[in-house]
Write a protein that binds this ligand. Sequence first.
Ligand SMILES: [Zn+2]
Length: 395
Amino acid sequence: MLDTQRLNEIVKLDRDDVFSLSLNTDPSLVEHQRPKPAYRVWTHNAVQRLVRRLAPDVRRTAEPAAQRILAHLDAMPQEGRGLAIFAGPDLWQDYTLPFPLPNHLTYGAPDTIPLLWAMHEYAPYAVVLAFHDHARVLVAYLGQTTAIDEIDLELDTEKWRFKTGRMATSTRRSGVGVGRGIQSSAFEARVLAQYHRFWRNVAVAAARTLAARGIDRVIIGGDQEAAGAVSAALPRPLRETVIGTVAIRPHASLAEIQARTLPLALADRHARDRRLVRSVVQERRVGGTAIDGTAATLEALADGNLRTVVANRDMRATARACVSCGALGVKPGPCAACSGDVRRLTLPQALPMLTRQHGAALELVSADAAAPLADGIGGLLRHPSAGSVNLRRGA
Ligand SMILES: [Zn+2]
């Protein structure tokens, strides 16, 4: 399973001898149903091509990890729809994922972009399903949906029957709440009151569970009356995190629940990404609180003035980092600040490490969402920009 902690350890690795492989292994694709699936052919070719390009001494270091990747691919069972591998001397991590990743292979500093993007795209959300006598709380993350809580209503009809005498026969025959006359409408009212108390309890239990797990997106589902009542009973902070409501039948399978809820969660994710980019675009002015373009963003990042960096997952840019003072820039040649040596970095691959070093959060978004940003990269500033930065950007 993919977790942030393991991935962070990869991001922190300061080494340049790592193969980073991501693959689409989706078994529903025809080309993956052959004895030798297309992703295996692609990887064999990509590894050979990459290794052939390395200098002889680098190639000697890289060769064992390359062979291990190919052996793993040839032997592994067909599982999941995506695969990611990090491999190098004394390093092996593989992740099987329930969604496809782009086919991508690099050698050098670890490239965690495909996985970080997937964690952003498939960020956790909760599903609270409510019915008349049953409720479920589920958590979905990285394309997998798991039930974490089942709550049942225990209707205490025994006691009521006792009190209302002749109710016993009519309820048994016609079912709860379908009786006739004064007695049965009293019964009906008591059942309804029990339902409403149950739904309030479900709302409270769900709020407690989700707060404990730090989940900030909720989809409400189930039958209309129950879902509506649970929604209305949610404590305010949780009610504001509801991103949608869907009708789901009782006893729906996890696969069915996921198929109904994931499109809502993805739509919410993409809307958030567009809002983030829009807030950068609106504030990229003299004295504004955001900035865009590769050079301006890197400069603000190195100054420690960025809270959040937002970047196109597929952007391709070259950057330079000064080995002695850490200044970031895009121009080749010695460091503009201290004349020290600079090393070449590739973006977005270097962004996880750079944002970590400079205390900023990284939001990787699709090329579509990032389109309004100059160079597909920008950020939210801690302090309003000085005019000079904007002049350089040509605003
Ligand atoms: Zn320098």
